[in-house]
Design a protein around this ligand. Structure first.
Ligand code: PMV
Length: 330
């Protein structure tokens, strides 16, 4: 017997970052975070629970995957199977619509789509909050790809209190994220490994202690569509996270010379009066953020910077959603 469902989700970009866990296994973060879902990029996932299967199977972008990736997926599936009181193995087929090898992290959209598809396939009727909690178990930031638009993940203390909710719907603020692709190189250190190193930096404690202040400023800036306050706090938060990364043992340097070149250009353009700011995740690519009204000017300037591999334009995206069964298995 086979029961299946398909779902999709957008990745997200964090404005206030998640880095370090209170609980590594349950991925309860050291601090809350705020992000925006990225319309224009998505992961589509089909989950088929099949009584004929002996163990879980995972195919990403048409390729069988590493045992490490499969273990992580099986762990999330185990939680969902427990809720449904079932032991059947599943075939998971996942496809990213964004170009592969771009260095854009897909674990957030992947685990959000997986949680929604698997729970639906097993007939579980879960709330958005419960789906967000489940997605978090696979990849912390995935809990922010379940709700739509501008999203806040309350750190919480345990599985039930750690989940994400919408702060504002996608239409609330016309914000654009240009992802400047600098390198397609695979991350040398995964974010899961990175989180476990955060506590080895003497700066992490101060970063976490100050998180409520940054969250409050960022939340207000989004709700008031105040780009100036938003720009200052987003850049400060990004630099705090990268300072922790660079000062952990062993240190993590994700930037490349081009990363710094874009940072300097963006800061210069803002001084000249352009509404623009940057943020960077666990990789060298730079996310350049601006109001929609500045998008053309920002794009012109970015394309004039030499040696950028390419540029992706994203706008605020909606929540994770179910796909019609006929387009499952894409
Ligand atoms: O969800 P993870 O384990 O891939 O961690 C994401 C970490 C950052 O992207 C660097 C920050 C964030 O909040 O998304």
């Amino acid at each position: 017997m086979i029961t299946s469902a398909a779902a999709a989700a957008h990745p997200n970009i964090a404005f206030i970052k998640y880095w370090g866990n209170q609980d590594e296994f349950l991925r309860i973060p050291a601090n809350g975070s705020i992000s925006m879902n990225l319309e224009g990029l998505e992961t589509r996932t089909t989950v088929e629970f099949d009584t004929k299967l002996e163990e879980d199977e995972l195919v990403i972008n048409g390729e069988p995957t590493s045992s490490e990736a499969l273990d992580r997926v099986s762990l999330t599936l185990d939680h969902i199977r427990r809720l449904a009181d079932l032991e059947t193995a599943a075939r998971v087929i996942s496809q990213n619509t964004f170009p592969t090898g771009t260095g854009i992290a897909s674990s957030a959209s992947a685990f959000a789509a997986l949680a929604l598809a698997a729970a639906t396939a097993l007939g579980l009727c879960l709330s958005e909050r419960e789906l967000s909690q489940l997605a978090r178990l696979g990849s912390g930031s995935a809990c922010r790809s379940i709700p739509g638009g501008f999203v806040e993940w309350k750190a919480g203390k345990d599985h039930n209190s750690s989940y994400a909710e919408t702060l504002a719907v996608p239409e609330y603020w016309d914000l654009v994220d240009f992802i400047v692709l600098i390198s397609s190189e695979h991350k040398h250190v995964s974010s899961s490994q990175g989180h476990s190193l955060a506590g080895s930096s003497p700066l992490q404690e101060a970063r976490v202690k100050d998180a409520d202040r940054r969250l409050e400023i960022c939340r207000q800036a989004i709700l008031e569509r105040d780009f100036s306050s938003f720009a200052e706090i987003v850049e400060q938060d990004c630099i705090l996270m990268h300072s922790v990364m660079m000062s952990s043992t062993p240190p993590l340097y994700y930037w490349q010379p081009k990363t710094l070149e874009i940072i300097e250009a963006v800061r210069e353009w803002r001084k000249e009066g352009l509404q623009v700011c940057f943020t960077i995740d666990a990789g060298p690519n730079v996310h350049v953020l601006c109001p929609g009204s500045e998008a053309e000017a920002v794009k012109r300037r970015l394309t004039a910077v030499a040696n950028i591999r390419s540029l992706l334009k994203c706008t605020p995206g909606g929540p994770a959603w179910l796909l019609e069964p006929e387009i499952s298995g894409v």
